[in-house]
Design a protein around this ligand. Structure first.
Ligand code: 6MZ
Length: 338
């Protein structure tokens, strides 16, 4: 639907080193893996139609997550999918990946939020041990369906696992569910514990909540599709970097078409923007494709694309030393690219 770009644009964007800051683990699975796991688990075939479907509305996307979550309940499977997802991003020349996932308590499967997260961290280690060059850090997500206690448990877990590569906390999930007051105390506590925060906001029109989120001043925002004039003004003056996911917003109909996407007004206003995939598996995309779609739709030059990918380093939840290393990688690759 929005795969409009030339082969030359895609090839340039594939060769470009990139930073991915908004990728949900269970949304980034290969179709083939979902099908294989669904077969293995003998998933009700009537649920499989959601997996087969190409274009999906926002509510169908959340149905699909329900199906995916039914097949990723095992620790070994979580380790496997994490490794696969990292390898897929590496193959797309993503050099830094900030992967996010929602720790889940599933006592019937012998799984706690901690054991879930440890299985994911093991996948990160396995990818590294297998020679994968992508630098990876983890964000733990709070699902909007969760209550205040579950949100706080995720924050405490994230704080305990900082030395293992957890750098922050995300708020995500079905944007039509839940209320800000439920998660605000946990998110405030996360900040006090030194965790970085990125929050989904305005994926649907919810002006009161969007204002609460902007007033909270997270380190980064995700989406920001549906803003009125006052919110847009507050957002621009906040200078909070925003993760933008073109295919996701268009497929889920948060935005009508690429040409209507808010990337362009944000970019023109000089607001810090980061192109991301959201759910590369669910939306059948890659970060290179997202860059190519932007190049084509908004007339971005190769210089703009280099700048976009390099500036994303500044917004990563990384130490000054790690950012320095990435900047050096970019400088070497840019000089090598002629
Ligand atoms: C909001 C989203 C999302 O955490 O199980 N998620 N939340 N908006 C979106 N836009 C399409 N895409 C994914 O990955 C899947 C979970 O990520 C969140 C949802 O909570 C979904 O259940 P994990 O790895």
């Amino acid at each position: 639907m929005c795969d409009q770009y030339t082969e030359e644009q895609l090839s340039f964007c594939t060769n470009l080193p990139k930073i991915e800051l908004h990728a949900h683990l269970n949304g980034s699975l290969r179709d083939q893996t979902i099908k294989e796991l669904a077969d293995m688990r003998k998933l009700d075939p009537t649920l499989c139609h959601v997996v087969e479907k190409g274009e999906r509305t926002l509510s169908e996307v959340f149905q699909l997550f329900g199906v995916i979550h039914q097949v990723t309940t095992d620790h070994a499977i979580l380790t496997r999918i994490t490794q696969e997802v990292i390898e897929d991003f590496a193959a797309d020349n993503v050099q830094y990946l900030e992967l996010r996932t929602t720790p889940k308590d599933r006592l019937e499967h012998g799984m706690t939020k901690r054991s879930y997260t440890e299985a994911v961290l093991q996948g990160v280690q396995k990818a590294k041990a297998g020679g994968c060059p992508t630098m990876v850090r983890l964000l733990l997500s709070i699902d909007r369906r969760e209550d205040a206690a579950a949100a706080m448990a995720t924050v405490m877990l994230a704080a305990e696992l900082q030395a293992e590569g957890v750098v922050g906390v995300d708020l995500s999930g079905n944007p039509t569910i839940g209320s800000w007051d439920t998660w605000a105390p946990a998110l405030g506590h996360a900040r006090k514990l030194g965790l970085r925060l990125t929050l989904h906001a305005a994926e649907v029109y919810a002006p009161a909540e969007t204002k609460q989120i902007l007033d909270f001043r997270p380190d980064r925002l995700g989406h920001m599709c549906c803003l009125d004039i006052d919110l847009e003004q507050q957002f621009f003056s906040s200078c909070i970097p925003v993760e933008l996911c073109l295919s996701s917003n268009i497929i889920t109909e948060s935005v009508a078409s690429v040409s209507d996407h808010h990337f362009l007004p944000f970019f023109r206003a000089g607001h810090p923007v980061i192109l991301c995939t959201d759910d590369s598996g669910v939306f059948h995309t890659s970060l290179s494709k997202e860059y190519a779609i932007a190049a084509h739709a908004f007339g971005l030059s190769q210089r703009d694309l280099w700048q976009l990918s390099e500036q994303a380093i500044e917004h990563a939840f990384l130490s000054a030393d790690d950012k320095h290393e990435l900047r050096q990688r970019w400088a070497e690759q840019r000089s090598g690219s002629g």
